[in-house]
Design a protein around this ligand. Structure first.
Ligand code: NI
Ligand code: MG
Length: 480
């Protein structure tokens, strides 16, 4: 008889999910599922709200990614009102975006994924966590906590608060940056920059070399990639055109307003997370032997789609990364390496913005008037391309909302990487805790945020209710 393995909860990610691995009679993997078990539903209950409230409401989707939603939403309201935001206001938004990126990348690298590398994938699970890192490397842990706190404090200085901000408004930003604040922030940015440089060399010298065989063998399969680039093809995390690259490295650029021409969404009954795929591929398939339309977002995708990075240290790292792994690089665990290149870029970018004389301008906001319109905008969130799409009536009240979140784009590849790793590692019914952790590492590499990613129940997505006895045997199943 076959056997079902369940990993639940998946640890060290944001949100609630389960991995199911089905073994056949011979103990080999016949199927796997990565199921998301929560539903947030913001797309529905934002309807009827004044659109200028959206940058404040959508930050509540998630306490980890509020700045990504805040900026994406503010940009979408600019589009709805038909206004170009004031230049200094736009720069303040971008500065906050870069600081939030640093905070989140540091959190993920050291506290969520880091334990798998600092303590090793086979370390006992009782120490394979943040407390294990505290015990193994107390000075490093202290420094990481300090810089995360610093980044949060920087956001407080600029925007009034670090989590669930309200400072970005339609047409720009609500609070100018004072010169004395700028000077204080500039010093803090240096400390972030030092940690970014340290993290990159620490990982390249002490961590990654030990695990290069794992990186090159675990969950490797070909997909396309989606990210944002400036007009000149360089990395842009706040604004730009979208670039969809196929697995062979060919790509097409498009504006975010055209996203429905390039992205379709597939639905499966066993998860609340949709499956976006390349519309031009036709049919969706995440069958490992015959995938179709699959692409990834997030750090690895961005390092693959960009032609260059316009800050010097990150550019040098990108060149080295490309020389080692090619373009596009397909190894799932390289999301971590790419994350550190971005950490460096954001530190450089924050310093650049804090040295821009316009950053302390008081001309930060343009006036807006309500109208019936549709607005679509995107940012790169730490977890991938984040698209907000709103429609309003003539009073400026929201009549339709669609959100496509970084994590959602990565749903099919997360499922595929789990399956690939499980097939490769579990043979003849033999597995242990270290093997199951390697399967979980596939999900962690993508740094999913599941709170951010599940929003719609519109008849296309059903609820499946299993009634089980005390042994876990399914007695009956209802589906809506
Ligand atoms: Ni989130
Ligand atoms: Mg959606």
């Amino acid at each position: 008889m076959g056997k079902t393995l369940r990993i639940q909860p998946i640890t060290r990610i944001e949100g609630h999910a389960r991995i199911t691995i089905q073994l056949d009679d011979t103990g080999n993997v016949s199927d796997t599922q990565f199921s998301v078990l929560e539903l947030r539903g913001f797309e529905k209950f934002c309807i009827g709200k004044p659109v200028e409230e959206m940058p404040r409401i959508t930050t509540r989707i998630c306490g980890v990614c509020p700045w990504s939603h805040h900026n994406a939403s503010a940009k979408t309201t600019d589009a709805v009102f038909g206004v170009e935001p004031a230049s200094a206001g736009r720069k303040l938004r971008e500065l906050c975006n870069s600081i939030a990126f640093m905070e989140e990348h540091i959190l993920h690298f050291y506290f969520l994924a880091g334990a798998d590398f600092i303590l090793g994938p086979d370390a006992d699970y009782s120490v394979r966590n943040v407390f294990g890192i505290l015990a193994a490397a107390p000075d490093l842990a202290r420094r990481v906590v300090k810089v995360r706190h610093l980044a949060a404090h920087m956001l407080e200085i600029i925007a009034g608060k670090a989590i669930h901000p309200a400072a970005a408004v339609p047409g720009g930003f609500s609070k100018p940056l004072l010169e004395e604040e700028r000077q204080e922030l500039r010093k803090m940015a240096d400390e972030c920059f030092e940690l970014a440089k340290f993290s990159m060399s620490f990982a390249k010298e002490d961590l990654f070399p030990k695990y290069l065989d794992v990186v090159n063998s675990l969950g490797v399969f070909d997909t396309g990639f989606l990210g944002t680039v400036k007009e000149d093809g360089s990395l842009d995390l706040y604004d730009g055109k979208l670039r969809m690259m196929t697995a062979d490295g060919a790509y097409e650029d498009f504006s975010v307003e055209q996203y429905t021409d390039y992205i379709s969404e597939h639905v499966e009954p066993w998860t609340y997370l949709k499956f976006p795929y390349m519309k031009k591929a036709g049919e969706f398939s995440m069958d490992l032997d015959n995938p179709n339309g699959i692409y990834r977002t997030n750090t690895l995708a961005r390092m693959n789609v960009v032609d260059k990075i316009d800050t010097p240290l990150a550019q040098a790292e990108l060149e080295e990364f490309r020389e080692k792994f090619g373009r596009p690089a397909q190894q799932t665990l390289l999301f971590h390496w790419a994350r550190l290149i971005e950490l460096l870029h954001n530190a450089e970018n924050a310093i650049r913005l804090l040295e821009d004389p316009e950053i302390t301008s008081t001309d930060i906001r343009k006036k807006v008037e309500p109208r019936a319109a549709r607005g679509v905008a995107s940012v790169e969130a730490p977890r991938g391309t984040l698209i907000h799409d709103y429609e309003t009536d003539e009073n400026g009240l929201v009549t339709n909302v669609n959100l496509i979140v970084g994590t959602t784009h990565n749903n099919a590849p997360m499922n595929m990487s789990v399956k690939k790793a499980a097939i490769d590692l579990i043979k003849d019914g033999k597995y242990d805790e270290g093997i199951l952790n390697r399967v979980e590492m596939m999900i962690r590499a993508h740094d999913p945020c599941l709170s951010c990613a599940t929003h719609r129940l519109d008849g296309k997505l059903g609820v499946k209710l299993d009634i089980v006895d005390s042994e876990g045997t399914i007695l009956d199943t209802y589906t809506t």
